[in-house]
Design a protein around this ligand. Structure first.
Ligand SMILES: Nc1ncnc2c1ncn2[C@@H]1O[C@H](COP(=O)(O)OP(=O)(O)OP(=O)(O)O)[C@@H](O)[C@H]1O
Ligand SMILES: [Mg+2]
Length: 434
């Protein structure tokens, strides 16, 4: 399991090579018909064996490495459920007598090595998940990508474009800039595409009779690849009050996202935009309720919502977003707006909140931290219960980021705005009659 382009399919091929087995790949994306797996009965016109048996026939051995690619994209419709046919294929207790409708006799699949791949685990039926061991391939860091580009992608593309050593030289500085400013992904597929584009430009130059060796560095990269495609929005955003930076977890790895809020005269209305899912909308309401009930403690005028409307927007409005993990970001965005105080620079956060002011653990910490690192974040607020997940974060990233593990929203507020913002409960007179 892992985001696109992190090398799942390629890894399958490498395992087959290392084991000396034949390799067969079967893409399950969009397969909706059980007969694709198990075959048609021969009474049908144009009947065929299922794809498993066809694959075995093609490789010509009974112990190949069989890759069931994109198992999370299996479909279900009236023609049956291919996932349940796969249950039999993948179960080592049952697959020694796999029955294909076309063959009509059982076939022993028990010496086949099956590897399945998926971008997301959630769409995979639980019974199918239970039959496999899940290995997670997380996204690559910038350093990983640079290593992969230098060792594999660059030599491969240079050779594929028929270029020689004397014709092109791509410096590390150029590769680093491609990684940070021309691609934004967990894997290396776009990186490979950009490197291919560079090689094409050089190949064209050579084909037109150019004799000079082309040296590509960060400063002349735009002559080859055009203007920079991704800007870091960080500095611009974090100086304004009302904006807080969160971290999201998507199929393509982690991403940072901004939560913006604004207040206008009105009548106690909360508007939420940016294609937020139900869970995320609930987090926003919880964030507002928490602030209304703790206003005095944070130094906010208790009547702030009386003659006002509040609008919370999460930009990149066309991309659907959901999940509870932006709760803490919404709280910070609102506090920043209401106290007219920007959050600390280069700060990002994640965590679910409760109305009592606790911060609950969330998923995808590693991907989120990698994304924050890619975006140049220096301080990350995480729930205390997620501290153990930091072990999975590569040491070179852990070294460059300061982590603040928080148990309560109060701790998070101090981490985001500085010490002494929150008036601690014990220093405060107990509220009377309210
Ligand atoms: N660690 C790596 N070393 C060298 N090349 C890599 C590595 N990881 C990925 N690649 C390259 O990235 C490209 C995409 O890899 P691959 O197709 O295996 O990704 P994938 O994980 O199967 O993605 P998807 O989920 O989209 O199917 C390939 O060209 C592969 O050579
Ligand atoms: Mg793949």
């Amino acid at each position: 399991m892992g985001p696109p382009g992190v090398g799942k399919t390629s890894l399958g091929k490498s395992i087959a090579r290392a084991l000396g087995r034949r390799f067969h790949r079967l893409s399950l994306g969009g397969v909706r018909d059980e007969a694709e797996i198990r075959g048609h009965r021969r009474t049908y016109v144009g009947a065929l064996p299922g794809r498993i048996i066809q694959g075995i026939r093609r490789v010509g051995t009974r112990n190949p490495l069989f890759m069931l690619d994109e198992v999370d994209k299996l479909g279900i419709d009236f023609r049956g459920d291919p996932a349940s046919a796969l249950l039999e294929v993948l179960d080592p207790e049952q697959n020694h007598s796999f029955s294909d409708h076309y063959l009509g006799v059982t076939f022993d699949l028990s010496s086949v090595m099956f590897i399945t791949t998926a971008n997301l685990l959630d769409p995979v039926p639980p019974a199918l998940k239970d039959r496999v061991e899940v290995i997670t391939l997380p996204g690559y860091t910038h350093e990983d990508k640079l290593g992969i580009a230098k060792k594999h992608l660059l030599p491969k593309q240079v050779a594929e474009h028929g270029l020689g050593r004397g014709q092109v030289r791509i410096l590390d500085s150029a590769l680093k800039k491609i990684i940070s400013s021309y691609t934004r992904e967990a894997g290396v597929r776009n990186l490979e595409r950009e490197i291919a584009a560079l090689c094409r430009k050089v190949a064209k130059y050579v084909a037109e009779g150019g004799k000079e060796k082309q040296t590509i560095r960060a400063s002349n990269l735009d002559q080859y690849l055009g203007p920079v495609k991704f800007y870091s929005e960080l500095a611009d955003h974090s100086k304004q009050p009302g904006v807080a930076t969160g971290m999201a977890w998507t199929a393509s790895g982690g991403e940072i996202l901004f939560v913006e809020s604004t207040r206008m005269p009105g009548n106690k209305e909360l508007t939420l935009t940016g294609q937020l899912g139900d869970v995320m909308k609930e987090s926003a309401r919880a964030a507002l309720s928490y602030i209304r009930s703790h206003a005095a403690q944070i130094g906010i005028d208790e009547d702030f919502f009386k003659k006002a409307d509040i609008h919370i927007h999460v930009p990149a409005g066309a991309i659907p977003k959901d999940g509870p993990s932006a709760g803490i970001t919404m709280v910070m965005s609102l506090i920043s707006l209401l106290t007219v105080r920007p959050t600390r620079m280069k700060l990002a956060m994640t965590g679910e909140i409760t109305l009592r002011g606790r911060v609950l653990p969330v998923g995808g910490i590693k991907e989120k931290v990698l994304a924050a690192h890619r975006a140049g974040i220096k301080i990350v607020i995480i729930p205390a219960k997620n501290e153990k997940d930091l072990e999975d974060v590569p040491p070179e990233v852990r070294k460059r980021i300061e982590f603040v593990a928080v148990d309560t929203i109060d701790d998070a507020v101090e981490a985001a705005f500085g010490q002494g913002i929150v008036k601690k409960q014990k220093n405060r007179k107990p509220p009377r009659g309210r």
